[in-house]
Structures are given as C-alpha cells and as structure tokens.
Design a protein around this ligand. Sequence first.
Ligand code: NAI
Length: 247
Amino acid sequence: MSMDGRTCVITGSAKGIGRGIAEYLGQEGANVVINYRSSEGAAHEAIDAIESAGGSAVAARADVSDRAEVEHMVEVCHEAFGPADVLVNNAGITADKQFTEMSREEWDRVMDVNLGGVFNCTQLFYDDIWNADEGRLINISSVVGKQGNFGQANYAAAKSGMFGFTRTIALELAQGGSTANCVAPGFTATDMVEGVPDKVLDRIIAGIPLERLATVEDIAAVVRFLASEDSSYVTGEVIDVNGGMDL
Ligand code: NAI
C-alpha cells in the first residue's frame, strides 16, 4: 500500500473533504490523526471506518486557531504514532457577506481559522515534517483563492494567502528533502456547499466543463498522490481539482 506506516495528520477531518482524505489515506495503510473541533461523534465514525478497512487512526480535539490546543494535538499524535510524516491543513470556515456589509469580526474569524490555523499547525509540526523521510505539507486552498467569489472577500483572501505561504515553506523545507504543495478544489459536495442556494448552485454547475460538483474522493485522490513518494519532485505547486472551471 502506498502510504504504509506513514503518519498523516489531517485537520478538520471528522467530516467533508478532510474525512474523505483521512479515509483514503487510512485505506492506503497510513496511521491517521483525525482532528476535530466539535464533531466528536463524527470523528469516532471516521476512526471506525478506517479501522474496519484495516488502518489505524486516533482522534485529536483541537481548534486549529488555538495554539495551545494544537500543541495538545501534536502530543496526541506523538503518543499514538510518533512524529508526523504528512500534515494536511484542511480545516476551514466561511463567513460570507458582500464586502460593504462584512464586519471586521467576520474578516478576523476567517483569517484566524483559515490562515492562523495553517500557521499554528505548520509551525508546531514543522520539525516532524523536516525530519521525516519525504515529509509532506499539503494545504487545502480553493478555486476561490484564484478566481475570487462574490461575498467571499475574507475567504478568498485567506485561500490566496495559502499560495504564497506554501511556496515559501516549500523553499524553506527543500533542503531537508520535504515538500509543500497546495490543492485547490473546485466546488465539492460537502456541508460547506449545502448552504448555497439551489439557483446559485445550478449556475455554478453550468460553469463547470465536467458538469458536476467534485466528490470528496476526487480531492482525496490528488492529496494521496501528493502525500506519497510518487510526488517526490513536486513542490511549491498548486494543483487545481475543479472539473475544468478555469478553462
Ligand atoms: P466542511 O465544513 O464540511 O468541513 C470542514 C471541517 O473543518 C469540519 O469538520 C469543521 O468542523 C472543521 N473545522 C472548522 N473550523 C475548525 C477549527 N477551528 N479547528 C478544527 N477544525 C475545524 O468543509 P469542507 O467542504 O469539507 O472543506 C474542507 C476544506 O476544503 C476547507 O478548507 C474548505 O475551505 C476547502 N474547500 C472546500 C470546497 C467546497 O466546495 N466544499 C471548495 C474548495 C475548498
């Protein structure tokens, strides 16, 4: 199996894309740390799914925007499996509002989780990734970080910010032989998209050459490639997984 014995931490992985990534990597033989903020039940369901496929997983509660809680997650990972080989910064939130109506609190909340969380987790797992044999940092950005999206100035700014962050960390990690890359999913069928009105969703799908939303498996398969040794010579890249939205 391509991920045999590799320890992978996936933030926000009790549900949605993170859960899809966790299950995919777990089925490929990885030791998986399921991070959750409030969805304890869903985190345990994810662990059951991985264990019944023959993999190993542990749950770690932490709000990624809280540094002390991320320190605790590092301890949970080390106690269960030792140092991490792969960190997937997946946890993310939206707080949509047309810009003129957006409060500073809505701006800060999205920045704190979507970029502050990336800062905390990357810094606190940095030594693990640096020292790993083929360490991997994978940041889940968004097509919105490239294209912008009406009502998402805060989210688009945070997701764009991940590109510069990833390229810089890719340079800093390179001497240790580890890599950093971004995945930029298009619209994916999860809770995050569930709030989008049907009329808007129909318009979005009409603009996707492959004529459908992404599934979590579509995203997880690309993350698996980046997490594995198959991607040894790929670093500082943004891989779009968006059904051709920008064609
Ligand atoms: P989701 O809302 O279904 O899942 C996000 C997960 O992150 C949830 O389990 C949530 O509890 C967790 N989370 C939120 N804040 C957290 C915090 N402070 N600490 C720890 N965990 C936290 O969303 P989805 O769709 O699975 O999104 C996953 C990632 O993919 C996000 O970064 C999102 O921005 C990105 N993305 C999603 C797209 C979509 O269309 N669904 C498209 C492009 C990117």
